[in-house]
Design a binder for this molecule. Structure first.
Ligand code: CTP
Length: 413
């Protein structure tokens, strides 16, 4: 059983922290809630005490003999702050300690996850952005807020991610343990996931079997290790993780634009999506009808651009961003899986190739995966069969070793 400290800031999303608390206790963790005074204006202390079975206070002068301002932080295995207001982020970034929560943040030596929630203007303000950068550079996992309905009629970026998603990411941080927390802090990553749809008419498309699970796991793993993640999601069949920026696309052309537009601002780009290699030459604007004669339409296909190659061709600096491709391969009479993969690595020009053996339909829409990582430098790393999240961590380990060698990372803060 781990001890989780749940810090609650004074924002309207404080009520959602009750569900975060419940999810932690239901999975067997001891939770100590430390709200700010402002948080208690939204949800009262009895709620936190009843749900956690622990006393609740906001200041350092309650239960003084237990020295709570030091003991709570020291005794924590994980601190989660949700919602983290602009004020709390500022205090944490500058080391202020004027209440129990900010004292706890200074004394904690365990992983810290902060889930900001505020209005878009406050989130985008250079002061808040600078504080977030400072915290990330220090190893705090600061999740990106979600986009959606805010207090009142506003919508935009600044919404607290769903409690279930925050807990999932926080658990992933907890499982990795203290030593390697936030080792990707400051790294900006761009990940594509899913399979594209190439429309024939407004209702029909050519698609593929990619569920997006591996790409989504990559985004989740990177966020849990402190990276700033943008996930370009092509029709993914699984929920997207908390704390990442999500750009939704459908077609290969949209995926191409979304990736090329953002790759220049990334330190690492991972093309886990399965773009369709071909699309119908034209898309009918109205639904294609059957006819009584039974004649079928001729569909002419044209080739789609290769996004991975375009990403490699477009990069200004040969090292940045580091580019990772995927290869779904089967062996045949001419060569084995790895030989085909090596040829593909050379053809695509990327830095790392994640090779999936897809003989017998392996890897598609399954929770587990088994891959080989081929480096441009000739390295071969076998990643044994495991959860796609575990495989994702192995891929990031490999990326971290490579980007580490450059001069522009660790972070530019
Ligand atoms: N890819 C891409 N753009 C495409 C097709 C593929 O960026 N139009 C990327 C995939 O995201 C993946 C890598 O290229 O990272 C390998 O995809 P794969 O389909 O295995 O390679 P192909 O180039 O299509 O080679 P082939 O089908 O001949 O094996």
């Amino acid at each position: 059983m781990s001890t989780v400290v749940l810090g609650v800031g004074g924002g309207i999303a404080a009520y959602k922290a009750a569900e975060i608390l419940r999810r932690f206790t239901e999975s067997g963790h001891r939770v100590r809630v430390v709200p700010t005074t402002a948080a208690l204006k939204f949800v009262g202390a009895p709620t936190w005490e009843a749900l956690s079975g622990q006393p609740v206070s906001t200041d350092v002068f309650t239960s003084v003999p237990e020295v709570p301002h030091v003991a709570i932080g020291q005794g924590a295995d994980l601190v989660v702050v949700a919602p983290a207001t602009a004020d709390l982020l500022a205090k944490a970034a500058h080391g202020l300690a004027d209440d129990l929560l900010t004292n706890t943040l200074l004394t904690a030596r365990c992983p810290i996850v902060m889930a900001p929630a505020m209005h878009t203007e406050m989130w985008e303000h250079p002061a808040t952005q600078a504080n977030v950068e400072t915290l990330r550079a220090r190893g705090v996992v600061v999740l990106e807020p979600a986009v959606g309905r805010l207090t009142g009629k506003d919508t935009g970026k600044g919404r607290l991610p769903e409690p279930a998603d925050i807990v999932e990411t926080a658990m992933a941080v907890l499982e990795r343990g203290e030593a390697r927390t936030a080792d990707l802090a400051g790294l900006r990553v761009l990940v594509s996931a899913g399979g594209t749809r190439e429309y024939l008419d407004p209702v029909r498309y050519l698609g593929n079997r990619s569920s997006g699970r591996q790409g989504v796991a990559l985004a989740q793993a990177a966020a849990a290790r402190g990276a700033k993640v943008t996930l370009v999601a092509a029709n993914v069949a699984v929920p997207v993780p908390a704390g990442v920026d999500v750009v939704r696309v459908e077609t290969t052309a949209e995926l191409y634009d979304a990736m090329l537009e953002r790759s220049g601002a990334a330190d690492a780009v991972v093309m886990a999506a399965a773009p369709a290699d071909f699309r119908p030459a034209s898309v009918a604007t109205t639904k294609i009808k059957k006819n009584d004669e039974g004649t079928v339409p001729d569909v002419t296909l044209v080739q789609n651009p290769d996004i991975l190659r375009a990403l490699v061709d477009e990069r200004q600096d040969r090292r940045m961003p580091l580019i990772v491709g995927f290869a779904a391969e089967t062996g045949d009479e001419t060569a084995g899986v790895l030989e085909h993969a090596r040829a593909k690595l050379a053809r695509k020009g990327c830095d790392l190739l994640v090779v999936n053996d897809v003989s017998d339909g392996k890897a598609f829409d399954r929770p587990e995966n088994e891959v080989v990582l081929l480096g441009k430098d000739g390295t071969v790393t076998e990643v044994p069969l495991g959860a796609k999240l575990t495989v994702a961590h192995a891929i990031w380990d490999s990326v971290a070793q490579r980007v580490d060698k450059g001069d522009s990372w660790p972070p530019r803060v």
